[in-house]
Design a protein around this ligand. Structure first.
Ligand SMILES: NC(=O)c1ccc[n+]([C@@H]2O[C@H](COP(=O)([O-])OP(=O)(O)OC[C@H]3O[C@@H](n4cnc5c(N)ncnc54)[C@H](O)[C@@H]3O)[C@@H](O)[C@H]2O)c1
Length: 418
């Protein structure tokens, strides 16, 4: 079995942490038990490009239990947990190509290694695997059954490919399932972003001016958690509806040129590029903290920061302090990469339970339905969302009411009025 990992001696630590996460993923566990019996993925090779975390490890084990062969590479050079990679390769016999801190060439060579292992289905987070397949393996596109995509930024890239007529096979936007974005993006990113900031800096959020760029599903979560810890939250948006939502939540909303002057902590989570540039950094107070929780490391314009600085130093693990020509300092978290994954462990298993139940369902759905699907981006049917939500509630010991026949009839009719 081929694999490329950093350190085999971390295997035991990885096994323990993967099992720990598994205990908080009861929905995925029940899917695994079902797949073990039914083998719905028998004969299917899945090339996966996901953050190599304990939760992903449990997804890989579920797919394998369902009969699939899998190969895993990282979807970000800084999110790989080397102990998890070691455990997957050495204990669970899953080919993994991932090393924490891999340079760009190694990162892409790992993507190629995963693709070369096989790819009836692609499972992506950010669409780097899919774009490599489309650029470098064009002749193989027809053989791919379909793909799944985990995050907002990946879905945006794939929809752009479909619009340009270059998407080679159908893809399911797992991100767009309600049991994914309403929970993973909001509560997962909300908590784990704060976790990343705290682990890296030990900063007191309370009393700070905390600037959130982007009030989407992730931004809403980050703002809520920062506010809950006593920060004065400032939201920067370009969408008037989202800006209005932030105002109604009680946050200050202002353009970034103003927010730059008063913030203590700045977190970008827009999925867009060049949100914090030299122009804003010039205005910032001394010793501010800046970080990004959006998918790619393009939200903070690092070129500008490098250019404005006379020196930089790793002052704590995952904190680079830039000394500016003006004499002020800016502290950059996790090199501008996803702060929750580079400075902490990513989302808690409890929330990834649903995202990865969606992923497992999407893979099986493709094996059944892909021949009827076009080369477009699809969402999973709402029944699957409902089923996962019900299962999650059940594992939490929570019951809900059911509509009566009369209520169902009423809700589907127009006859009854005042
Ligand atoms: N850190 C994580 O673990 C994690 C988890 C899920 C998603 N993501 C990533 O986070 C990013 C955001 O995802 P989301 O689901 O919240 O997306 P979203 O589309 O719901 O929200 C993005 C928001 O950013 C705003 N925006 C865009 N350009 C802007 C600009 N120039 N200035 C200010 N605001 C701007 C948009 O108006 C929108 O409201 C994506 O890159 C996504 O892939 C990260």
């Amino acid at each position: 079995m081929n694999y490329d990992i950093a350190d085999e001696s971390l295997t035991n630590k990885g096994v323990k942490r993967i099992k720990w996460a598994s205990d908080f993923m009861p929905v995925l566990k029940s899917i695994k038990e079902k797949y073990e019996k039914e083998k719905p993925l028998k004969g299917i090779f899945i090339a996966a490009c996901l953050h190599v975390t304990t939760e992903t490890a449990n997804l890989m084990r579920t797919l394998k239990a369902g009969g699939a062969e899998v190969a895993l590479c990282a979807s970000n050079p800084l999110s790989t947990q080397d102990d998890v990679a070691a455990a997957l390769a050495k204990e669970f016999e899953i080919p993994v190509f991932a090393k924490h801190g891999a340079d760009r060439d190694t990162y892409y060579s790992h993507i190629n290694s995963a693709l070369n292992s096989g790819h009836d289905i692609t499972m992506d987070d950010g669409a780097d695997l899919v774009s490599t397949l489309h650029n470098e393996y064009k002749s193989e596109l027809d053989k791919v059954i379909g793909g799944t995509e985990e995050t907002t930024t990946g879905v945006i890239r794939l929809r752009a490919m479909a619009k340009d007529g270059v998407l080679g096979y159908p893809v399911i936007a797992v991100n767009d399932s309600m049991t994914k974005y309403l929970f993973d993006n909001r509560y997962g990113t909300g908590q784990s972003t704060i976790d990343g900031i705290l682990r890296a800096t030990n900063y007191l959020i309370s009393g700070s001016n905390f600037v959130v760029f982007g009030f989407g599903w992730c931004g809403k979560g980050v703002a809520k958690r920062a506010s809950g810890m006593g920060a004065r939250v400032i939201v920067v948006e370009t969408d008037p509806i989202r800006a209005l939502e932030a105002v109604m939540e009680g946050y200050d909303v202002m353009p970034k040129r103003k927010a730059a002057e008063i913030g203590n902590v700045f977190i970008t989570v827009t999925g867009d590029k060049w949100i914090i540039t030299g122009e804003e950094m010039e205005k910032m107070k001394n010793n501010v903290i800046i970080g990004n929780s959006g998918h790619f490391n393009v939200e903070i314009k690092l070129e500008d920061l490098e250019e404005m600085s006379v020196s930089k130093e790793e002052v704590r693990e995952n904190v680079t302090q830039y000394k500016l020509k003006s004499g002020r300092s800016i502290n950059l978290l996790g090199g501008g990469r996803l702060v929750n994954l580079s400075c902490a462990e990513g989302h808690p298993a409890i929330v990834m339970d649903m995202s990865f139940a969606d992923q497992a369902n999407a893979a099986v759905y493709l094996t059944r339905e892909a021949d009827k699907m076009e080369k477009k981006v699809y969402t999973l049917p709402p029944e699957i969302d409902r089923e996962i939500a019900l299962l999650k509630l059940k594992t939490m010991g929570i019951e809900i009411d059911e509509l009566t026949e009369e209520q169902k009839k009423y809700l589907n009719s127009w006859g009854e009025g005042t």
